[in-house]
Ligand binder design. Structure first.
Ligand code: TMP
Length: 220
């Protein structure tokens, strides 16, 4: 069976992940790879419904544990409905946020509980490569506000700068802990420079997995 390649994009708000995912998808398709672009929370109909509940803030009164369970439920649906089938068909899956966002944003939940719901929701599916977009949160939040309008901030963008700074460090700590899977991208650079860094990391990792190269390029 063809094996695909799973790439996740992580980092703070306004780091430019979606722009870069679009550019990368284009480049990969030009090279005849089959690509699936998706995001979390969401990516499947069930998970998109949960996304709305979480990001509107409607689940906030339920407390951090229940919110973490909702993210995990959305992830489970997304993994089983979209990600695993796409990988089985040999596709390259590009996902805007995944499990590292739960590790970082839901860090106030008991670590053992978080680990257990992570195990259940992933059910053996982990990214082959994770790009961590690193940016000063002050710059990122400004960009996110310009994009959405300052009064349109979601449940997580509204948190204090100190919280966003802690999250930036938590993403960098994951990269230090899992250097084989994670590459840190300087997201403060201009979009073309970021694109070059992303391209180098992705094609390097794909070439290191020559079976994906061959099978996906043939449209398996
Ligand atoms: P975004 O689509 O603008 O990135 O918004 C998603 C928000 O949800 C973002 O603030 C991060 C947050 N989030 C979590 O807290 N936990 C998660 O597991 C995921 C995937 C996202």
């Amino acid at each position: 069976m063809a094996r695909g390649f799973f790439i996740t994009f992580e980092g703070g708000e306004g780091a430019g992940k979606s722009t870069q995912i679009g550019r990368l998808a284009h480049k990969l398709r030009d090279k005849r790879y089959q690509v699936a672009v998706t995001r979390e929370p969401g990516g499947s109909p069930g998970a998109e419904a949960i996304r709305h509940v979480i990001l509107s803030g409607a689940a906030e009164p339920l407390g951090p544990e229940m919110e973490a369970l909702l993210f995990a439920a959305a992830r489970s649906d997304h993994v089983e409905q979209l990600i695993r089938p796409a990988l089985r068909r040999g596709k390259i899956v590009l996902c805007d946020r995944f499990v590292d966002s739960s590790r970082v944003y839901q860090a106030n939940v008991d670590a053992a509980l978080l680990e257990e719901i992570e195990r259940v929701s992933l059910n053996g599916v982990m990214p082959n490569l994770t790009l961590i977009f690193d940016i000063d949160p002050e710059v990122g939040l400004r960009r996110a506000a310009e994009r959405r309008g300052a009064d349109q901030a979601d449940r997580f963008e509204k948190e204090t700068l100190a919280v966003h700074r802690r999250r930036r460090q938590a993403f960098l700590d994951i990269a230090i802990k899992e250097p084989k899977r994670c590459v840190v991208i300087d997201a403060s650079a201009d979009a073309d420079a970021v694109e070059n860094a992303v391209t180098a990391a992705v094609f390097g990792a794909i070439e290191a997995r020559s079976d994906v190269d061959a099978e996906a390029a043939q449209g398996a």
